[in-house]
Design a protein around this ligand. Structure first.
Ligand code: SF4
Length: 147
């Protein structure tokens, strides 16, 4: 018999809602994320839906390193998400800072910034500059398997 938590977990794996945060990269990763929604890749056929509020999201897609200006905004958006929650770091800048490493205006990579407020946060990393939409979709699917 299915229990309430198992029903919830099954629903999450089959229909995750995703909130996108661009934390100050060059915006090319953001364009690839938008490509996932086009008819060519049609991410909604997997039940994956982009939502406009972290309060409605199961997963967060993060592109770019975290600027000092974005730090608290990202942390608050993360805390606003219901549990279980997890994030996909899209692009080498979100994975390991990329070209922005050692920049004066950058607070750190998203995983480091979020773990300051939630040490148990889960991440999947999709490298590339920018990664292809197929890789971003594969990253989301992989993350769902870990929840
Ligand atoms: S990984 Fe490349 S494409 Fe993505 S934000 Fe960084 S520089 Fe831009």
């Amino acid at each position: 018999m299915l229990t309430a938590p198992s029903i919830f977990a099954r629903a999450l794996r089959r229909s995750p809602w995703v909130f996108h945060v661009g934390t100050s990269g060059c915006n090319n990763c953001d364009i690839e994320i938008a490509d996932c929604l086009t008819p060519r890749f049609d991410v909604e056929r997997f039940g994956i839906r982009l939502v406009g509020s972290p309060r409605h999201a199961d997963l967060m897609l993060i592109s770019g390193p975290v600027s000092r200006a974005c730090r608290e905004v990202l942390q608050q958006a993360w805390l606003d998400m219901p549990r279980p929650r997890a994030a996909v770091c899209v692009g080498v800048c979100a994975c390991s800072m990329g070209a922005y490493r050692d920049a004066y205006s950058v607070a750190g990579p998203p995983d480091t910034v979020i773990r300051e407020v939630d040490p148990a946060a889960k991440f999947v990393y999709v490298p590339g500059c920018p990664p292809k939409p197929e890789a971003i979709i594969a990253g989301i699917v992989r993350l769902l398997g870990e929840l």
